[in-house]
Ligand binder design. Structure first.
Ligand SMILES: *Cc1c(COP(=O)(O)O)cnc(C)c1O
Ligand code: SF4
Length: 345
């Protein structure tokens, strides 16, 4: 089997290379990637079945990234909530720490597209300062490693980082947010899984958006992590033209369970500048949640979350099941829309 480093080194990164594969406007793509980098590794590229499908839209640049100006550079106000660069402390007991600036594929809808792929995003210095901040703040019991993709770090570097984190007595939980099991599953070697197993309790939240991403390779990667005792969750992003359809979403959620990944969050796409062509009305997410809840196993049902712009934080949005009160009874509808009454008590 080819090494993941080799696969990654053969990525498409230029408009020229892309134009030899798809009929695209090379000049337009060139202008887009001058602003937001392009990387599509051969594995993820191979998932595209036809131009414009749900895989293509996630990976191939679109001129609207630079011609539509709605949205914010930093939609979640992460910079303002950063006591040190690369660390966001928004909730009382947990922080987000950026540990890698690179990804195995640059998602066109990324909410950090202002900085992914740029060398200054994460440096040895920012990671060192982040660790010092965590060490000095004893209320932090949960550290979420993110980026960029933490699993693009070499094993040795990741080992060093996890060792330093585990040496901090008040850090109870370590989480890794990574798209690797989806975008470059070959990276999940037996050696990596074996190394990660030494840092429990360790949780991984991965990121799948479309049923075509659930492949034998992705399945093997997730099996290796699950066999190492790592609970796997999924943070899916709701994206127009990719998965904004109840049937597609249901298939994705059901397939995730088959590869031992438990859906965690379904995110309303963040209002990041350059991504407005992916946005869906809030109603769409509610419709999709209604089509999941009760219609399939509860294990397949994530929490639909909106991350409020300007640092308001994550808020769950649920379809309305409580319809009101009538003569001392609460009116509740079930998943089929039948209305029942339940005593107020
Ligand atoms: C999402 C997020 C977390 C983790 O939130 P959970 O709801 O606990 O998964 C932590 N910090 C920041 C800044 C986040 O954006
Ligand atoms: S893998 Fe995550 S951080 Fe990287 S481009 Fe995709 S969404 Fe952004």
């Amino acid at each position: 089997m080819e090494s993941w480093e080799k696969i990654l080194s053969e990525s498409i990164t230029t408009a020229g290379a892309l134009s030899s594969l798809f009929e695209i406007n090379k000049d337009e793509i060139q202008r887009v990637i001058a602003e937001y980098p392009l990387t599509i590794n051969p594995y993820y590229l191979g998932l595209i079945q036809c131009k414009g499908d749900g895989i293509y839209k996630q990976a191939v640049p679109d001129i609207r990234e630079i011609t539509e100006h709605q949205g914010l550079e930093d939609p979640l106000d992460e910079e303002a909530l950063s006591p040190v660069p690369g660390l966001t402390h928004k909730y009382p007991d947990r922080v987000l720490l950026l540990v890698s600036g690179r990804c195995a594929m640059y998602c066109r809808f990324c909410n950090r597209k202002r900085k992914v792929g740029q060398p200054a995003m994460v440096t040895r210095q920012t990671v060192r300062e982040g660790l010092s901040y965590i060490r000095a703040n004893r209320e932090i019991r949960d550290v979420l490693l993110s980026g960029g993709d933490p699993l693009l770090l070499p094993d040795q570097e990741l080992f060093g980082l996890l060792t330093e984190l585990r040496a901090i007595p008040h850090v109870e939980i370590i989480r890794i947010g990574t798209r690797i099991p989806c975008s470059l599953p070959q990276r999940v070697t037996l050696g990596l899984a074996d190394m990660l197993k030494g840092f429990h309790p360790l949780y991984i939240n991965t990121h799948f958006n479309h049923p075509l991403e659930i492949t034998p390779e992705a399945s093997l990667a997730c099996a290796r992590l699950a066999d190492a005792g790592i609970p796997l969750g999924c943070q899916t992003v709701l994206l127009k033209g990719v998965n904004d359809d109840p049937a597609v979403m249901r298939e994705l959620m059901q397939k995730l369970l088959l590869i031992r990944v438990r859906p965690y969050y379904l995110f309303q796409a963040d209002l990041a500048k350059g991504t407005s062509h992916f946005w869906t009305p809030l109603k769409k997410g509610i419709e999709i949640m209604s089509a999941l809840q009760g219609h399939t196993s509860g294990l397949c049902v994530p929490t639909f979350m909106i991350d409020i712009p300007s640092g308001g934080g994550k808020v769950p949005i649920t379809p309305e099941y409580v319809l009101g009160e009538d003569h001392g009874e609460i009116l509740i509808r079930n998943y089929q829309g039948e209305v029942y009454s339940y005593p107020v008590l």
